[in-house]
Design a protein around this ligand. Structure first.
Ligand code: C2E
Ligand code: CA
Ligand code: CA
Length: 674
């Protein structure tokens, strides 16, 4: 729309200029033509006057001529010239050119009279002889001359007198004509000059006006465009949800800040990289709109607690960054600390209190990195380290972290080939009923021996497998191997009890666990009651409805479910009540502190009570000492798993354990396979 208006205005401006030029040009041509006309009129007037003078002179000369016939001819022709000039003058359209016409008519009449006189036979050459008419009249008439001659001469003289009388009049008339001519010429010239000035002026002011309007409109449009581009710029540089800076702005700023720091001696740049812990769980359990609200609240808190000269950005998802310029690390650490603190504070969303934590990694310029990319990579590595070390914390980057992450990448590539290379095996850790002294069963624990890496703990490679999709094939391999082993033992007449298999959360949601287990049960002809699946509370929190549904299906098939690492996770007692589970496994971190540490002792007793209260059985894992065992026994926890009885054993060793294990009367375990 606006462009069209501008085009139209520009067209008007151009049109005004064109019109102005045409009018000015026309005026100029008119002025020149007028000038020519005036010159011509002046010339005509002048010629007329000269013709008149000649004519008058010739007329007077008639009286004094001695050659009347010849001079009469001259007189005639001078009249003709006079008339011709006057006719021309008359054609030039003077204001009172009628007067001129009358004048010529008069003279013409008078001329006719003179002509008639001259044709009088008295004025024949013979009569005039050698003397002029006037001289003859002055000298007195000759004797042979009659009074008729005298009268004729007088008549002629009178006519000439009459003609002479007109001379002054004519002169005046001509002067008048000349003045009039000049006046009109001047007027015309002035008018044209005025027009010549006026037209360009009008054209100039019209163009000026159009220009001003154009300028104003262009200004307005520019302003709009500027605002538009400002909006676009804002969108391009801000996160639409939290209104914080986005990744693009963050990168720009980081590069700029690093550049400044390179030029300023002693100036450090800290990049704080923050990632919310378990944010995915919040998104999955409360929905994305709540997740968004949480992110906005975190953004608000960060803005409030971080100095205004630091750029806070949201890189995407639940990742936030802060760029800090300082001359030492203290302010950077202080900001990181306050970020951890504000994230810990409960967030009230739709009357629900949500508890969050965050993990932070910090990298420093020039200590750790020299460019934006390495800064970001290092901060990210440090953040993962903070997560690995229990989350809800911050970590400064160090070189060892990069080495660790390189090692992780290498491990990942080895892990991918572990199944096909046959590097996995299963160990079985016995679970004992300390009251009856019988073996309840065993927990299946995966072992990985790689030729380059040696023995790798599942505590290290299982999370790695979970991060990637490798856990599916690994999990399936464990299930198949465990079922197969169980079937072999039963066929061999052994009584291995139930086998407890660890199940990662991804296995529940992203594989058809029910049909996999159904197939295996059929394939190895196993009683489902001999199978227990260990799941963590995390699985339930991630998607309670789906988890409850799957677990219910498994339980109706006869599979037993136990909650692993109980007490460490995102516990919710209200869920626990609804959960289709059989057993609670008290986490070894609580067992470690009993019986000495009062807190742990309290927690363990409470968990045992809780389990019985809900009609569940309970098992303690990581039991290493007799004292721990005593405490558990006194607290009515009869199922025990731990080094006190046995470390996880190879299948072969577990077979031996099955045949040889007896609980001594003194309740001292027989540590035969330690
Ligand atoms: P978890 O399920 O809590 O397994 C118990 C861990 O505690 C095992 O470590 C076991 O060796 C160790 N343990 C048993 N008794 C004692 C004790 O008295 N003292 C101490 N200090 N430790 C004891 P492991 O075998 O290294 O496994 C670590 C974790 O790896 C397991 O923790 C489990 O979460 C995971 N994992 C192991 N195998 C599998 C598997 O097949 N699938 C899945 N998804 N995870 C597995
Ligand atoms: Ca376990
Ligand atoms: Ca455990």
């Amino acid at each position: 729309m606006k462009t069209i208006k501008i085009q139209r205005l520009a067209f008007y401006g151009f049109f005004a200029l064109l019109l102005g030029s045409i009018i000015s040009g026309t005026m100029l041509i008119r002025l020149l033509l007028n000038y020519e006309t005036i010159k011509e009129q002046q010339q005509s007037t002048k010629s007329s006057y000269e013709a008149l003078s000649t004519f008058k002179y010739n007329t007077e000369h008639l009286l004094v001529t001695t050659n009347l016939l010849k001079d009469a001819q001259t007189w005639h022709s001078s009249f003709a010239i006079f008339k011709e000039h006057f006719t021309k003058l008359h054609q030039l359209e003077f204001a009172n050119s009628d007067d001129l016409e009358n004048l010529v008519d008069h003279i013409e009449q008078e001329m006719k009279t003179i002509d008639t006189q001259l044709k009088n036979p008295l004025f024949s050459d013979k009569n005039i002889m050698e003397k002029s008419l006037l001289r003859r009249l002055g000298e007195g008439l000759n004797t042979n001359e009659t009074s008729l001659y005298y009268i004729a001469i007088r008549n002629l003289s009178n006519s000439i007198d009459f003609l002479q009388q007109y001379e002054n009049f004519l002169l005046k008339e001509l002067q008048y004509l000349d003045e009039l001519n000049q006046k009109m010429g001047n007027e015309k010239l002035d008018g044209t000059k005025q027009m010549l000035i006026a037209v360009p002026l009008v054209a100039f002011f019209t163009t000026l006006l159009v220009g001003i309007i154009l300028w104003y409109m262009i200004g307005k449009i520019e302003l709009k465009l500027q605002n538009h581009s400002k909006t676009l710029d804002y969108i391009a540089h801000h996160d639409h949800l939290t209104k914080l800076a986005n990744r693009a702005q963050f990168i720009e700023k980081l590069e700029k800040t690093l550049h400044e720091a390179r030029l300023t001696k002693g100036l450090h740049v800290g990049l704080i990289f923050m990632d919310l812990d378990r944010f995915k769980e919040i998104n999955d359990s409360f929905g994305h709109s709540v997740g968004d609200m949480v992110l906005c609240e975190i953004a608000k808190r960060l803005t409030e607690c971080i100095p205004a000269d630091c750029l806070i950005s949201r890189l995407g998802g639940d990742e936030f960054t802060v760029i800090v310029q300082s001359y030492d690390n203290k302010p950077i650490e202080k900001i990181a600390r306050s970020m951890v603190w504000v994230s810990q504070q409960p967030i009230l969303v739709k009357e629900t209190e949500i508890y969050l934590t965050c993990s932070i990694g910090i990298s420093l310029f020039p200590l750790d990195a020299n460019d934006a990319e390495s800064m970001l990579r290092n901060a990210d590595t440090a953040m993962y380290q903070a997560k690995d070390e229990g989350k809800n914390n911050f970590k400064f980057y160090n070189q060892a972290m990069t080495e660790a992450s390189i090692a992780k990448v290498q491990m990942e590539s080895h892990l991918r080939k572990a199944i096909e290379k046959g590097e996995f095996s299963l160990h079985y850790q016995p679970q004992i009923d300390i009251i009856t002294g019988s073996i309840i069963g065993s927990e299946v624990l995966l072992r990985w021996r790689n030729e380059t890496l040696g023995d790798v703990s599942p505590a290290i490679f299982i999370p790695l497998a979970e991060e990637t999709t490798m856990i599916f094939s690994i999990g399936n391999w464990v299930l198949e191997e465990a079922f197969k082993q169980q079937a072999q033992w039963i066929q061999a007449g052994l009584h291995p009890g139930l086998i407890a298999i660890n199940i990662a959360s991804k296995q529940i949601y992203h594989t058809d666990l029910v049909s996999i287990i159904t197939t295996l049960l059929q394939k190895y002809a196993l009683d489902p009651h001999m199978i227990e699946l260990e799941i963590t509370e995390r699985i339930i929190v991630e998607n309670p409805t789906s988890a409850i549904h799957i677990l219910n299906t498994l339980r109706t098939m006869g599979i037993r479910i136990s909650i692993d690492d109980f007490g460490t996770g995102y516990s919710s007692l209200s869920y626990l009540k609804q959960l289709p589970i059989d057993k609670i496994k008290i986490d070894q971190s609580f067992i470690r502190g009993i019986p000495e540490q009062n807190d742990d002792a309290q927690i363990v007793s409470t968990i045992i009570h809780l389990a019985y209260g809900l009609g569940l059985s309970v098992i303690a894992e990581g039991v290493e000492t007799q004292a721990q065992c005593e405490f558990l026994k006194a607290s009515n926890c009869r199922e025990i798993q731990g080094y006190l009885y046995s470390k996880p054993l190879s299948a072969k060793n577990f077979e031996q354990f099955l045949t040889h294990f007896t609980l001594q009367a003194s309740e001292k375990p027989s540590r035969i396979f330690l």
